[in-house]
Design a protein around this ligand. Sequence first.
Ligand SMILES: Nc1ncnc2c1ncn2[C@@H]1O[C@H](COP(=O)(O)OP(=O)(O)OP(=O)(O)O)[C@@H](O)[C@H]1O
Ligand SMILES: N[C@@H](CCO)C(=O)O
Length: 327
Amino acid sequence: MAVYTEVTDDELNAFIAQYDLGAVLSCKGIAEGVENSNFLLVTERGPFILTLYEKRTRREDLPFFLGLMEHLADKGIACPLPVQGTDGLALRELAGRPAVIVTFLAGMWPRRITPHHCAELGTALARLHLAVADFRMERPNALSLDGWKDLAGKCAPRADEVARDLRATLEAELAALEANWPAGLPSGVIHADLFPDNVFFRGDGLSGLIDFYFACNDFLAYDIAICMNAWCFEVDGSFNATKARMLLTSYQKVRPLSPAELAALPWLCRGSALRFLLTRLYDWLNHPPGAFVRPKDPLEYLRKLRFHQTVRGLGDYALDDGGSYQV
Ligand SMILES: Nc1ncnc2c1ncn2[C@@H]1O[C@H](COP(=O)(O)OP(=O)(O)OP(=O)(O)O)[C@@H](O)[C@H]1O
Ligand SMILES: N[C@@H](CCO)C(=O)O
């Protein structure tokens, strides 16, 4: 489970004493997630989430992530809000890790994705992209072309243990992406990890977005490509064009895409597939034996990459009308 760092009762009580949250009633590790240690913390003021930031989340990026959540909440986007201590600070230290308490968001992430979920997602993603237009902090995407090359280099010696010719596939794909990666598309802050487990629903309605710890500046349409990969494939590996249409149509009702953004989607989907293939492959090859967290399957993203490699244009996604299908 995703609790890499244990917290003693004494440490927790001393930590909570810095907030106006009353006494701790309970604090339980949350099994979901793979990146950070998360606890459901219940105090006399109600439920909160306590997060201790682990390996991939760099301390120097935390003011960007916390500032972004505050900005989004201020704009009416339902997302966790960092809780400040009595000294006005939200970011502090616990058990040797940077740590933050954020507000608890009610809802459940969808286990079985329907086209309706994708429509709700499209609306929320477009609203997010509009809401960040005046967010002034910046964070370059460390997991774009240069970051992929770095990860591919680290994985190369053992990549073929995971799939036949994977090393050569990665090298060829990196070269293709380098030659074809789009330039000049509308950019801004993107979520960059908006998988189903980061999107909460209450009943049929989307109730909030969580986990902004990969957010960064990049092409806005790249966020759509990440969502197409994470939401629009079935467990048997097939691409579900209806889900992608719902996603694109509802996104475009809030923020229409330019022809250049639509045309770039196949390459953005390839890049996004490679990004998650590489981080999963790295974790697969490097997770400590006996660790509680089960690394995610890199081959799922190799299959998605292979699908996108066959795509020559939006027509191959059955999206040649740019997803202007009426929901
Ligand atoms: N603000 C919140 N309100 C309610 N539940 C939350 C909140 N933040 C996190 N959780 C719970 O904790 C789980 C893990 O959180 P999160 O996705 O942020 O962790 P992570 O380790 O960064 O995961 P990931 O693998 O998605 O990057 C979520 O699936 C959810 O159940
Ligand atoms: N969403 C990521 C894990 C969290 O960073 C994945 O599924 O690979």
